[in-house]
Design a protein around this ligand. Sequence first.
Ligand code: ADP
Ligand code: MG
Ligand code: MG
Length: 875
Amino acid sequence: MMEAKYVYGFNEGNKDMKSLLGGKGANLAEMTKIGLPVPPGFTISTSACNDYYDNSELIRDEIIKEIENYLKSLEENLNKKLGCSKNPLLLSVRSGAVFSMPGMMDTILNLGLNDSSVLALANATQNERFAYDSYRRFIQMFSDVAMGIPKYKFENVLDDAKESKGYKIDTDLNSEDLKEIVTKYKAIYKKEIKQDFPQEPKDQLMLAIEAVFKSWNNPRAAVYRKLNDIPHNLGTAVNIQSMVFGNMGESSGTGVAFTRNPSTGENKLFGEFLINAQGEDVVAGIRTPQDISSLKNVMPKAYDEFVKITSILENHYKDMQDIEFTIEREQLYILQTRNGKRTTTAAINIAVDLVNDNIIDEKEAIMRIEPKQLDQLLHPSFESKALKNATVIAKGLPASPGAGSGKVYFNAQDVVEAKGRGEEAILVRLETSPEDIEGMVCAQGILTARGGMTSHAAVVARGMGKCCVAGCSQIKVDEYNKEIRSDDFVIKEGEYISLDGSSGCVYIGSVKKTDVALTGSFEKLMNWVDKYKDIIVRSNADNPRDAAMAIKFGAQGIGLCRTEHMFFDEDRIPAVREMILSNTLEQRLVALEKLLPMQREDFVAMFKVMDGKPVNIRLLDPPLHEFLPHDDESINHLAKVMGLQVSEIKRRIIDLDEFNPMLGHRGCRLAITFPEIYEMQAKAIIQGAIEASKEGIKVTPEIMIPLVGEVKELKVIKDMIKETVDNIIAAEGVNIPYTIGTMIEIPRACLSADEIAQEADFFSFGTNDLTQMTFGYSRDDAGKFLGEYVNKELLEKDPFEVLDQKGVGKLVKMGVQLGRSSKPNIKLGICGEHGGEPSSIEFFYNLGLNYVSCSPFRVPIARLAAAQAFIKNPR
Ligand code: ADP
Ligand code: MG
Ligand code: MG
């Protein structure tokens, strides 16, 4: 049997061994392999860490032996010895997980120093100041990282020393000062740990290694893993590396650099360095670092070599690198490389540049962009500098991304008027309702105190691509007195605020924005995306404006046009109310006659914008009472128009009230009781189609019947619509290809999809309602508890955002299979919020759906996610 191996020299590994060596270790090995100047060392693998936990937190002798052997060859190799009083070897101990995890263990540098080796180091280098500087750093890092003594206790001593001598920076401290500091540091250690600072280097080393293993399970690391979906059982590796010294004087230094600009992607070295410094001094901000380009003047030889190595690394890894280096007396060493983090703009520019330079191919470029990241590009955002100086006054739900600033107004009409005056306005409401639509259109952003991620404000704002912060319960919105209040402030009508719909933050004042710029690279990438994606991406759009936006973002059709949003229009609502409150058929038909031409015009406009692309129109869905007036003025007006008593109107309004509107008289149920409503809509659609086609536009309307749970509901309504439509077509003597299908959004519809398919030309899975009804969570109320469910890990994700594949997804799958079993060529799509969510899109692609449909601003995200799903699983 082969003996288990737990430790690997840097010369034994490579970049593909991340799960065993951790990211840092694998890359140190790879750089060693390709001959870059990496200080030698070895990696204690993640399997050693897991072994440690498997043995109730004990490093077994077998592993200790292996470590000792590797240490011994390192010593021989460098002709130095750990703890030696002549020529001491110093080590760095660096944690390195498979995925980089900030907030885990920090690094310990200069391990191996003690009261005698510090003298040897001073002697060997003829630099006493350097030796004691290294020792005080080591004591502080070891105490903090391995023993948990708070850093500030050491920093106070350092600050006091500088202050008493009138020094400004650390490098002003001379060797006598540093000796004193070392003495004080050791005293702190003794006081805290009740033992002397460990003088035996092997003890130092084993304590440090164990501390790294333990850090894998510290609370910060556990939280980070949870947030980033990193499994808890991976373990961390430990890198033991011989030290090189950037703190040896003016010909030494340390720094970090990106091979390209991480915010723009520009192909130019981007980084900083510090002379006479070690490790984290650069990021710690102790002294202001210099720009990497000026290294050319300070140390031209080291600079040239560094530039050469950066391009070797980038070509080798085929990606932008984030590199750490140290220069010891003019000699360059590379201490780390990894793929650099970057903004979306940079990510796209870099990926496209790398394809142009033949370093990666189109598919690779597509896979490198995180679909959700595109959001950053499609909406305006605040300038990061301006944001830093801005004051957050409250935080709500990040309901619709983007940035907006303007003067606050507390009702839609005021916003409309403000816009008319040329002002930028923010609509602030307790919660929005359909009457606010025009104000929402005119506003720069929307802020509500109530409502969740699927509240009216959130859904409508996302559809418009308008920024929205919803459910901001930290503030009081006083619509009557027209002010926002909290414990600390009052903001009155006309004062400025700014909203960040991506973070949910509300800022006081007007924060400066950056423009949306869909650059050349973006367009190029999206062209590649369309070449690979193998599922159609449509958009949800209720009006020509949103439809035009959807086309701009690459939508291939409309997957959901919600006609109730057309009903909500301000000049239509009286007729809609009249229709609802009629209690005779004759009266209702009068009202419907008023609505018919308006709806027809809507559809004509829609067909024109879509210019031949398919348009799926859903017949009226929401509960009737949503349309009803509540204020006396509107009620009085309605009474006059309808020739009824005010009391009679009020009585009818009460009659329409429902205990549970979501499960009430809505969707196709409306058409069972009042068929004339859908009849009017079907007429409007087909007359609109005829009118548009007379103007030379190819029209293919898809008429969708919502909320079907039993095939007979569908059959009755379908037959009625078909008769209406066919009569019109026959009378006009034209040919309009149309289809009639249904939304699949009630669990029973999935369960009986084979029957339903026989009456439907298409299915569109309405996953919002399907999620609501499968879980039994009201979309309007789930905000109150879903957060807790996710926090407590009862649910992995909010199922209204990310499709619940295990439950709701199973119903979708059943609907697909049953539907196709009785009608093999039935067209299948999805139009819930999940149509724009990448992991859900992958699921729908793998189920073989024909299309997904999402809000206009998510169309590019959906296209990219669809291309990635294909590349992962081509068919
Ligand atoms: P992090 O993961 O936080 O970047 P590192 O292990 O890379 O931690 O180390 C932190 C700092 O210590 C870096 O600035 C690095 O350059 C420096 N460092 C690490 N190992 C050595 C070494 N062998 N010699 C000199 N400096 C080192
Ligand atoms: Mg590092
Ligand atoms: Mg629905």
